[in-house]
Design a binder for this molecule. Structure first.
Ligand code: ACO
Length: 427
């Protein structure tokens, strides 16, 4: 394979080195393009642009492969628990018992949130979307933990990391409790990370809390499946904001906002709303398939299609199986599961979807599980954020340790050329 790519422009030839990743992905290193040729590249949506080199997550969209630090997502979902995966993503290796115990203890030590934060939450209307509230609270957390901002040593970073991992479930649970008019609570140190999250979300005043193992296991698996997905929209946002050295919590807060959109993490809420809409309309999946294909109709089949996966989304496969298992274990019958399966079957046999390589993505079935676990629809994307937190942290830490420069894309300007200023009276 050639070690350089040659570009010819205006009669001159320029050579750019080729960078090869550990899975043989090939990139043209154009760092010197502008300096040497006076050109920039134009790639809206970054469909062909690598923003960084990263050793965290590998995915092959054609083959449907997803690995965290080299471990297959199927193995991790089956055999690891969430905190092990958190450690793996952030620090690069699966922890041994001693490392995991220390990490868990450090997180527990930081799992309280300042009482004053409750006043901030109090200022939001009950109708506020939990994702907006979560992003704001995460940002507000900076004021109570100012040492988390200026982090340049690995130790400072570690302290900021365990702080946000410890406090994030409290904030997430509070956004739900506020909506449900439940008193704001704190966690229980004797419980595992995921069980503690569940307790904080669902504990009722005056009632003793008891978790169903099937529920906690399902939640744990969902968090693992969402934990990282390389340079997606929210992760790129986290790296971009972090590149200005704005601090971990500010970067995560921005990532939450990016995740909120229905074309990204917000799709899990949009899927359930779509499935409910189809059910209410009589359950005719064919009618909605036609709408999805009609270019004059803004309707899209939510939970279908992916920027990178053009074969299948391995997470969707695991989640579909898990949806069947969890609903069975909990004895929940949800007619929208049948509608979802019907839509999937039709889409997989439909020319429009086959040609465009549109397959169910991670969000297509996750909402059905969340609903079976009693999680309100508006909280679905918050659950995604809880899962994605370690990925955001790992990517932010990698970006800082590699001393990456501030993110600052260029543009091709297409506006007016210079014109003379006209005073107000003559416009
Ligand atoms: N329903 C109907 N048609 C679709 C869908 C869909 N869900 N997704 C893509 N298409 C069509 C487009 O109209 C386009 O058709 P054309 O070539 O005739 O113009 C073609 O497929 C390619 O679609 P793009 O939007 O160009 O693909 P892109 O990579 O930019 O977008 C995205 C990917 C945003 C995920 C898109 O498939 C989508 O909107 N899906 C629905 C929302 C969703 O489920 N998002 C969650 C993604 S996973 C995640 O973020 C966790």
């Amino acid at each position: 394979m050639s070690k350089v790519a040659t570009l010819e422009f205006d009669g001159k030839k320029y050579e750019f080195p080729i960078t090869v990743g550990s899975e043989d992905e090939i990139g043209i290193d154009i760092k010197k393009l502008r300096a040497e040729a006076g050109l920039i590249t134009l790639d809206p949506g970054f469909k062909n642009t690598g923003s960084c080199e990263s050793a965290i997550t590998f995915l092959d969209g054609e083959k449907g492969i997803l690995r965290y630090r080299g471990y297959a997502i199927e193995d991790l979902a089956e055999k690891a628990d969430f905190l092990e995966v958190v450690y793996l993503l952030i620090f690069g290796e699966l922890p041994n018992k001693q490392q995991l115990d220390k990490f868990t203890a450090d997180i527990k030590e930081e799992s309280h949130v300042d009482e004053e934060m409750k006043k901030i939450l109090d200022g939001f209307p009950k109708s506020a979307h939990p994702m907006g509230v979560l992003s704001s609270l995460t940002s507000a957390l900076i004021a109570f933990n100012p040492s988390s901002v200026d982090v340049s040593s690995e130790e400072d970073m570690y302290n900021a990391i365990v702080k946000i991992i410890g406090k994030f479930p409290v904030l997430a649970a509070w956004t739900m409790r506020k909506k449900n008019s439940l008193p704001l609570n704190h966690g229980d140190d004797t419980l595992g990370y995921v069980e503690n999250l569940h307790k904080m979300m669902f504990e009722k005043p005056g009632k003793s809390y008891k978790a169903d193992k099937a529920v906690i296991d399902a939640l744990d698996k969902l968090l693992i499946l969402h934990a990282d997905h390389e340079q997606n929209c929210s992760t790129s946002t986290v790296r971009m904001v972090g590149s200005s050295h704005a601090g971990l919590f500010a970067s995560i807060s921005a990532g939450i906002s990016a995740l909120w959109g229905p074309l990204h993490g917000g799709a899990n809420q949009a899927v359930i709303e779509m499935l409910e809409g189809i059910k209410k309309d009589g359950g005719d999946t064919h009618k909605f398939m036609q709408k999805a294909k009609d270019k004059d109709d803004p309707f899209r089949l939510m939970g279908f299609g992916h920027r990178v996966y053009k074969n299948f989304d391995p997470r969707a496969k695991i989640i579909k199986k898990s949806a069947d298992e969890v609903l069975g274990q909990l004895g929940v019958e949800d007619p929208v599961l049948d509608i979802a399966k019907g839509l999937e079957k039709e889409a997989l046999e439909d020319d429009y979807f086959v040609k465009r390589k549109l397959y169910p993505n991670v969000d297509f079935y996750s909402g059905i599980i969340y609903r079976a676990l009693g999680i309100p629809v508006e909280m679905f994307t918050v659950m995604f954020a809880l899962g994605r937190l370690p990925g955001w942290i790992a990517q932010w830490r990698e970006m800082r340790l590699r001393k990456e420069p501030i993110g600052r894309p260029r543009q091709i300007y297409t506006g007016e050329n210079h014109r003379d200023f006209k005073p107000l009276g003559s416009r």
